[in-house]
Design a protein around this ligand. Structure first.
Ligand code: ZN
Length: 514
């Protein structure tokens, strides 16, 4: 690397036809595979010194512009992330225009490793993945499940407040449903194998939409019924290659915080604004305030009329502009069935995560022949928008763990208060205290082992418990607790009622310190 940098080798771009490129890379079988899959007939190649590779570019002008680099690791990686393929050696490295930028990056990597949700997930006993009994399938342990329950409860409250209804739909559906929806023709590779029930073919759902549409189809709708905002914490299963599975971030079974908005063309603009406002308020509640939007427009091949697309895209643009959100336009990057906005949120380390999707759909209303009766008494096609705010609970939980480094704000913490006793003499009092805390809705645990207090405190600290309530003879006598806060240290003795009041207020305000 040092020699290459010193030689200030220029990067030269050239274009070749696919057949020329295949001759050029004749002995590199993986490159030949890639060339075959590239779109169009022209491929670009970058060359410096005697090394050439396929690359879309762009590149810096010459290798001398690299002022700082580091080789990070060497690891085995399956070709295309598929364990059925050959294992290759992958060398990871990074380069920057100056030393400071490299150092900042390395610090970030180190911090990110400490916050790795798989590491913290094990330390705090939050979740595990099934591995040999089902790769990419997540087990939520009691403490992880408490957090999930707090998220779901909040999520449901917020949805009702924002005019949504909540649905529950099945996990499997007959093949004819997926035929009508089109999933079996364009999504089959991601769907899990069929099963036979009474001689009929059933599939596990990769999406919830066709079921929501079934509910819509049960009644005749008038324009007066619209908009309908139907949400579901719907668990779906989609195929992912084994090599790309990653903790909670890439899994094969997950619960989407899904919703479908079915509205009249006139309502599109205000509905999109509402969804976006709602998304941002949810992100804020979970402690994420830095959000960026990515707006994808009509690709060459698309269903639906141009006027529909124009109306949808302008609704999306209006919404991001009204929220004064920074956004990037991805011209032609939309799905064939409609334009969309993706939201990326920045975590405590400044890393961007793609989470929210607000996606128009001109395809399913057509395929299922969805209608409503307009004010003129005539049948009309409604607009349909799919949206997932948090994305999936699994991935969101992974990001949440890394954002907080496992030190969850009080309203999410799996154990909000841990009672520690100095000696067995306080056991009786401590038990009463715990019932009181639990009756007040606090998630409390009692450490009544005959261990030294110092050890119990250290363990509670490692578990990142927000409040420790320490009880000795003095506290029993005064009917109080000595409160120790994760963030603020010793708060001194206080009456239990006062602690409960303080904790409840903190939970209500959903204060979050990262
Ligand atoms: Zn959907």
């Amino acid at each position: 690397m040092a020699e290459i940098v010193k030689a200030k080798l220029p990067f030269e771009k050239s274009e070749m036809s696919k057949s020329e490129a295949k001759k050029f890379f004749k002995s590199a079988k993986y490159k030949l595979e890639i060339i075959d899959e590239l779109e169009g007939d022209v491929v670009t190649i970058y060359k410096h010194g005697d090394f050439a590779d396929l690359c879309r570019g762009p590149h810096i002008k010459n290798t001398g512009e690299i002022k700082a680099f580091k080789l990070l690791k060497v690891a085995g990686a399956y070709w295309r992330g598929d364990a059925k393929n050959q294992m290759l050696q992958r060398i990871y490295g990074t380069a920057f225009a100056d030393k400071k930028a490299l150092e900042d990056y390395l610090k970030l990597i180190e911090e990110a490793e400490k916050r790795d949700h798989r590491v913290i997930g094990t330390q705090l006993d939050l979740f595990s993945t099934m591995e040999e009994y089902g790769a990419g399938l997540v087990l939520w342990h009691p403490k992880g499940a408490r957090i999930r329950d707090a998220i779901e409860t909040f999520w449901k409250e917020q949805h009702y407040k924002n005019g949504y209804d909540i649905l529950y739909t099945p996990h499997i559906g007959r093949s004819t449903l997926w035929d009508t929806s089109g999933h079996l023709s364009f999504y089959k590779d991601s769907m899990y194998s069929s099963m036979d029930i009474d001689g009929q073919d059933y599939y596990i759902k990769p999406m919830n939409c066709p079921f929501h549409i079934q509910i819509y189809q049960k009644t005749v709708h008038s324009y007066r019924d619209l908009p309908l905002r139907w949400a579901e914490l719907g668990t779906v299963y989609r195929y992912e290659k084994s090599g790309v599975l990653m903790g909670l971030l890439r899994v094969r079974g997950f619960t989407q915080d899904d919703a479908h908005i079915i509205c009249t063309p006139d309502q599109v603009s205000s509905e999109i604004k509402e969804v976006l406002r709602f998304s941002l308020s949810m992100w804020k509640a979970f402690g994420f305030t830095d959000v960026k939007a990515y707006l994808a427009t009509r690709p060459e091949k698309a269903v639906g009329e141009e006027a529909q697309w124009d109306r949808a895209i302008s609704a999306l643009k209006d919404a991001v502009e009204q929220e004064k959100l920074a956004y990037e336009l991805d011209e032609g990057g939309g799905a064939f069935y409609g334009p969309k906005i993706d939201l990326k949120v920045k975590d405590a380390l400044g890393r961007e995560w793609q989470m929210t999707t607000i996606q128009f759909d001109f395809n399913l209303p057509e395929r299922f022949d969805m209608n409503f009766i307009g004010s003129d008494g005539k049948k009309q096609r409604p607009y349909m928008v799919h949206r997932a705010l948090l994305g999936s609970l699994e991935r969101f939980f992974g990001v949440l763990i890394e954002h907080y480094g496992g030190a969850f704000p009080l309203w999410l913490a799996p154990v909000q208060a841990k009672i520690l006793i100095i000696s067995d003499a306080q056991a009786e009092y401590a038990k009463k205290l715990m019932s009181k805390l639990r009756e007040s809705g606090l998630r409390a645990e009692l450490d009544d082992r005959s261990e030294k207090l110092g050890l119990k405190i250290r363990e509670a600290q490692l578990q990142k418990v927000p409040y420790m309530l320490i009880i000795g003879a003095k506290e029993v006598e005064a009917s109080s607790v000595a409160v120790r806060s994760r963030n603020k240290g010793d708060l001194g003795a206080m009456e239990i009622e006062k602690f409960i009041e303080m904790a409840r207020e903190e939970i209500r305000s959903r204060k979050s310190e990262v």
